[in-house]
Write a protein that binds this ligand. Structure first.
Ligand code: NOJ
Length: 765
């Protein structure tokens, strides 16, 4: 085993959270503590337990439709908050009941799943992550905060930072892909965007990092399924983005549905207390996910009263919709199973959140009905969403530079996603006003007005089987076309006959991904494939737009379709953004943040794998007996992490180092020269990866540690530098010590995780 150069013991408190700035002085904290102590002295036990209860609103959007007589519960002091209600005046009325009708007038926390925007909807988070545009992602969260706060919401159930390497899991749409380092940077950016510096402004809201923890590793990608993993993988891969969000100051954390080491996260003391509070120094509050205390018994553990006791003692402060705290804690206290200290600790944390948000000072701070009329879905917000949507799209293939299309002649827009405004925002668009958004067809018509003609046909349903189609329909929007496959296809071919080029809008429907949307088949549904084959058989140039909430399998398409643009679910302004890219007003710059598999059987497939003891020689594509490979599939994904094309070309020089020794006075800067060798301006994402060549435990073949987005004019070159810090070489070892081990390392630079050049350096003690 090597010497340990740098150790940061887990038990040492981590970086100060944003509360240091919210409570900028000790005097401020004392003022808060005194206020809350005084309030708590006046609270009855019922009122205290009431604060720990997060009620479902009557506008239920997820989970079981538990109906609560919410107004009466609020007046009785039986709720600490509620969520997913839309409308500032509705919320103001609820807040008024809390303030005027409940005995102590404690204001409510009002939450919402604002995952990628409120009414101005940004691309789904997975798409947004493919921008690699951290300031842009922060701006999207800032805009979401501004709009939701104008709508009466002070608490968002975002960022969702679950690492996922299994695209069968539909909730991959909600996160930032497979990489812990990039996921951490995005998590920080989102927390900063939502919360700002502090909560003095009425348009900063509290973030809720979720789902703590490991939810993205559900076995087989089946939602809510078992998770079981090594501590090494937890600390090195799955934990970092949660920790980054906590250290960026996130005010709350949502626990996950899954088991962690056999114990549901929601009552897992090691997770919620040792890791979150002691190792990471989290001082906000923990809310459960929907009904998860109630689910403990279904996992085969305790019934609701015992589960509530265990959850509270583990560090859960607020119960979302299990009615376990409100229904059972009082009698558990009488029986001596919980103490008043346990209850008070949680109550204090909830009241602190309300105090920090400024709700005691002004309960209507987030209920400015005038702002609701002026600050939501503004031109400026929409422009940002359009820009980020265009940035999120990943050009996978562009044979013969088919794209961008000229704005002339006749364009046939064909496919089940061609004229469906309802599908554009994607999953978890709780506050979306779909009546305001354009379909792709409208976007194309606007882009081509006076220049070219657009014709369109639906071509096929999403699925041939109506039952499958019903499972993925946008809530309340039936997209099923009753015509037969043949009728739809014939119409499409008739329409396409007059066109110069065909744009096929295919793929998933919005609710094919998101919660409870796991799939075992990630290829294009057969009815859409048949449509695509027929369109290709016309001999006309075909561009495929792939709508997707996850990496899908495009193996056949990549061999047969000349141009493929992955558009994810691009959001409220997605129609204009797709037109911007297809017709060349914007040069695509999105880069994959999750590997796109060659086949479902490869899953999990990700770039940061371990080498194995019998690695395949990847230079030779054939099957290699007694090597780690498949008989019937390559090891590598179809499109790797970091990949994406542009309408221009970039060439890379070899990576160069300023020195070969780091530490002990040595510094190393890696640099690589990038040139735009094409004829258009474009933005390239220059990526740097590190490999620890020998570790005390196995280390991945590469790990992203730095990147820079550079915009280059045709012919322009830039040397991009990465100053390597010893911190970048750290990992959690066998004993979970955070270490950088002296020895040899490799740094790699390139346009994606596969096409890199490398150089070696040594870390000294
Ligand atoms: C269940 C989901 O897992 C979670 O992400 C969401 O925030 C809650 N429901 C509330 O809607």
């Amino acid at each position: 085993m090597k010497n340990i150069a740098i150790v940061s013991a887990l038990m040492i408190a981590s970086a100060p959270t944003v509360w240091a700035s919210v409570l900028s002085t000790d005097a401020e904290r004392q003022r808060m503590d005194a206020f809350i102590s005084d309030l708590m002295e006046r609270m009855t036990l019922d009122e205290k337990i009431g604060q720990l209860n997060l009620l479902p609103s009557e506008d239920i959007v997820t989970g079981n439709a538990i109906k609560s007589n919410i107004g009466a519960a609020v007046a009785a002091g039986s709720a600490g908050g509620t969520f997913n209600i839309k409308g500032a005046s509705k919320i103001r009325e609820l807040q008024r009941i809390a303030v005027e009708k409940s005995r102590l007038g404690i204001p409510l926390l009002i939450g919402m799943d604002v995952i990628h925007g409120y009414e101005t909807i940004f691309p789904i988070p997975l798409g947004l992550s493919c921008t690699w545009d951290l300031p842009g992602i922060e701006e999207s969260a800032r805009i979401a905060a501004s709009e939701m706060s104008a709508g009466g919401i002070c608490w968002t159930f975002s960022p969702m930072v679950d690492i996922c390497r299994d695209p069968r899991w539909g909730r991959m749409a909600e996160g930032s892909g497979e990489d812990p380092w990039l996921g951490s940077r995005i998590a920080e950016a989102m927390v900063r965007g939502y919360q700002g510096e502090n909560f003095t402004r009425p348009d900063n809201v509290m973030a809720c990092v979720k789902h703590f923890a490991l939810y993205g590793a559900s076995e087989a990608g089946r939602d809510y399924n078992t998770v079981d993993m090594s501590r090494g993988r937890m600390y090195n891969v799955y934990f970092p983005p949660y920790r980054a969000a906590v250290e960026a100051g996130a005010g709350s954390v949502m626990s996950s549905f899954n088991l962690v080491d056999g114990v549901p996260a929601t009552e897992n003391r090691w997770l919620l207390d040792d890791v979150l509070r002691r190792q990471w120094n989290f001082d906000g509050f923990v809310v459960t996910d929907y009904g998860s205390i109630g689910q403990v018994a279904v996992h085969g553990l305790e019934d609701l009263p015992e589960a509530s006791v265990r959850a509270l003692k583990a560090g859960t402060d607020m119960d979302m919709c299990s009615f376990g705290f409100i229904g059972t804690l009082k009698s558990s206290l009488e029986k001596g199973e919980v103490s008043m200290v346990d209850i008070d600790r949680a109550v204090r944390r909830i009241l602190e959140a309300k105090w920090k948000l400024g709700l005691f000072e002004n309960p209507y701070k987030y209920n400015d009905v005038a702002r609701e009329a002026t600050d939501i879905y503004t031109e400026a917000n929409r422009a940002a969403a359009r820009r980020l949507a265009a940035e999120s799209m990943v050009l996978l293939r562009n044979e013969g530079n088919l794209l961008p299309l000229a704005k002339k002649g006749t364009v046939a827009l064909i496919g089940p996603l061609a004229n469906s405004a309802a599908n554009m925002p994607g999953t978890w668009s709780v506050a979306a006003d779909r009546s305001k958004y354009k379909s792709l067809l409208q976007g194309f018509q606007d882009a081509l007005r006076g220049k070219a003609k657009v014709v369109w046909a639906k071509g096929s349903n999403i699925y041939e089987d109506p039952a499958l189609e019903a499972a993925v329909g946008v809530f309340g929007h039936d997209m099923r076309d009753p015509r037969s496959e043949k009728e739809l296809l014939d119409e499409a071919l008739r329409v396409a006959a007059d066109a110069d080029v065909i744009v096929a809008a295919l793929g998933e429907a919005a609710e094919s991904s998101g919660e409870s949307a796991s799939k075992t088949d990630l290829s294009l549904p057969a009815t859409q494939r048949r449509l695509l084959e027929a369109l290709l058989a016309t001999g006309k140039p075909v561009v495929m737009l792939n709508f997707a909430g996850r990496p899908t399998v495009l193996e056949w398409e990549s061999r047969n379709v000349p141009a493929i643009l992955n558009v994810w679910f691009p959001g409220s302004e997605g129609a204009d953004a797709v037109a911007d890219v297809v017709f060349g007003d914007v040069n695509p710059s999105g880069r994959l943040t999750a590997s796109m598999p060659w086949s479902v059987g490869q899953i999990p497939v990700y770039y940061s794998y371990f080498n194995t003891g019998n690695p395949k020689n990847e230079a030779d594509p054939s099957f290699q007996k007694f090597k780690s490979n498949f008989i019937d599939a390559p090891n590598q994904p179809l499109y790797p992490f970091g990949y994406g094309l542009s309408y221009t070309d970039f060439s890379y020089g070899d990576v160069a180092l300023s020195g070969d020794t780091l530490g002990d006075g040595g510094k190393v800067t890696a640099s690589v020269k990038v040139t735009n060798t094409g004829s258009r301006a474009g933005t390239e994402t220059v990526q740097f990866y590190i490999r620890d060549l020998r570790g005390s435990v196995a280390r991945p073949v590469k790990e992203l540690r730095h990147f820079e987005r550079v915009s280059l004019q045709p012919g322009e070159s830039r040397t991009v530098e990465y100053r390597i810090s010893p911190d970048d070489l750290m990992f959690y070892d066998y004993d979970l010590r955070h270490v950088a081990e002296p020895g040899d390392f490799e740094v790699m630079a390139g346009p994606d995780s596969q096409r890199t050049s490398s150089a070696k350096f040594t870390l000294r003690k």
